[in-house]
Write a protein that binds this ligand. Structure first.
Ligand code: PLP
Length: 437
């Protein structure tokens, strides 16, 4: 690999990634199509990725890396899984989109309804942002109220009303909120700290008759992985039911990742509405919102709540999503992905203990985050108190040792059904060398 920086007065040779990123920065803000990819949270310049196979990706300079980003969650069957490639190719050859119903869309809907306990009916869209935005519209229409409760550090896509104190890239870049969002649009968005049921109870006491919905990542992933404390989700279910508000689980990330039936199956709590994305699209742009039948029947054309999309439910994305969900439902497959994440967490914890590094690894199912702190992380404020400079050093140590982690301390890493024993050994070697630096 060519040198990355000037050392001892010797001019560095730019890598092909560096050359391409310089071209990209002249054409696209930050040179990227989504902010966290730009490495702002960890420093340095992103690798430009050329291809992926199974658990591994290869950059344009020929470096092969163990991938724990997996396109930020969707690739639970790894890169270019032959079954997904085959399914997508077969559909693609017959035409990529018709703007008309197709059978594979019905098959994917069936499978989602069969796996997500609280989803009786759904509507496909193309991104998680669209799914949440549409679910919020539906919740407001169904209740005749405007208020939405969201939690600081949770990210629900980049629609205006939900950018208040959001996680993911907004948190990574330390943006309080985004300019360009008019105050009127967020006026009905009420904030509470994650896992703080008392704060939500207080909001309901003060203005319960104006709150349409509580929107929550049932396992937070966008401030790093933060599980719900016992009683938190149950309390939200109870408060919303008591006050005639809806409970919306944003399972865009947690869906099929914390459990094959999402957080709603893992914790046995039925939200009124669920938003989904990532895994259900198998690496192509597909997302959905769904829930109780009588609520979903309010969506046009059955009802009057308008929402539409040119490429929604296109057969290519539907085929990729269906193949992805089929693959994880095969005997032992999902459990393999979870076991890999569990073993990776154990490796991180024991290596950190050996090196005297304060580290708290938080994991639910196939999602995990190493927080550089000796304290449990229960909310966004805890997450932000972790040592982010230590994470950045660790990130670069791991990258140098051939492991691609999310380039931010406030994001989740992911495993897949094709992360195997070799990948785990490679990971363990990298962890030891990165923590020794
Ligand atoms: N909701 C959650 C919980 C997410 O994690 C994300 C994306 O990371 C979104 C919504 C937005 O999804 P998309 O990036 O597909 O718009």
């Amino acid at each position: 690999m060519a040198g990355r920086s000037a050392m001892n007065g010797v001019a560095s040779v730019a890598t092909r990634s560096d050359v391409l990123m310089a071209q990209a920065r002249a054409l696209m803000p930050g040179g990227v199509s989504s902010p966290v990819r730009a490495f702002d949270a960890v420093g340095g310049s992103p690798r430009v990725i050329e291809r992926g196979s199974g658990a591994w990706i290869t950059d344009v300079d020929g470096n092969t890396l163990l991938d724990l980003v997996l396109s930020w969650g969707p690739l639970i069957a790894g890169h270019a899984h032959p079954r997904i490639v085959e399914a997508v190719s077969a559909v693609m050859a017959r035409g990529s989109s018709f703007g008309a119903p197709c059978e594979v869309e019905i098959r994917l809907a069936e499978r989602i309804v069969a796996t997500m306990p609280a989803v009786e009916m759904l509507r496909f869209v193309s991104s998680g942002t669209e799914a949440v935005m549409s679910a919020v519209r539906l919740a407001r229409a169904a209740t005749g109220r405007r208020g939405i409760v969201k939690f600081t550090g949770c990210y629900h896509g980049h629609s205006d009303a939900l950018l208040a104190s959001a996680g993911s890239g907004v948190a990574t870049l330390s943006l309080p909120d985004s300019p360009g969002v008019s105050p009127a649009v967020v006026a009905d968005t009420h904030l509470a700290a994650y896992n703080d049921l008392d704060a939500v109870a207080e909001l309901f006491r003060a203005q319960g008759d104006q709150i349409a919905a509580v929107l929550v990542e049932p396992v937070a992933g966008n401030m790093g992985v933060v599980p719900p404390l016992p009683g938190f989700l149950e309390g939200l279910r109870q408060l919303t039911a008591e006050h005639g508000a809806l409970l919306v689980f944003d399972e865009v990330m947690s869906g099929w990742r914390v459990h094959p039936g999402g957080a709603q199956a893992l914790y046995g709590i039925a939200p009124d509405l669920t938003t989904m994305g990532k895994v259900m699209g198998g690496g192509l742009p597909a997302a959905a919102y769904g829930g109780r039948r009588e609520l979903m029947e309010l969506v046009a054309p059955q009802g009057t709540v308008y929402q539409a999309g040119t490429l929604s439910g296109n057969p290519v994305a539907m085929a990729a999503g269906l193949a992805n969900l089929e693959l994880i439902s095969e005997a032992g497959a999902w459990a393999r992905a979870e076991a890999w994440a569990r073993d990776a967490a154990t490796i991180l914890e024991s290596a950190a203990a050996e090196h005297g590094v304060p580290l708290t690894v938080q994991r639910v199912g196939t999602m995990f985050t190493p927080f550089f702190t000796d304290q449990p992380v229960r909310n966004f404020s805890d997450a932000r108190q972790s040592d982010r400079a230590a994470f950045a050093r660790f990130f670069h140590g791991m990258l140098a040792a051939g492991v691609y982690l999310p380039p931010s301390p406030l994001e989740a890493g992911f495993s897949s059904i094709v992360h195997d024993a070799d990948a785990l050994e490679h990971f363990a070697r990298a962890v030891r060398s990165a923590l020794a630096c």
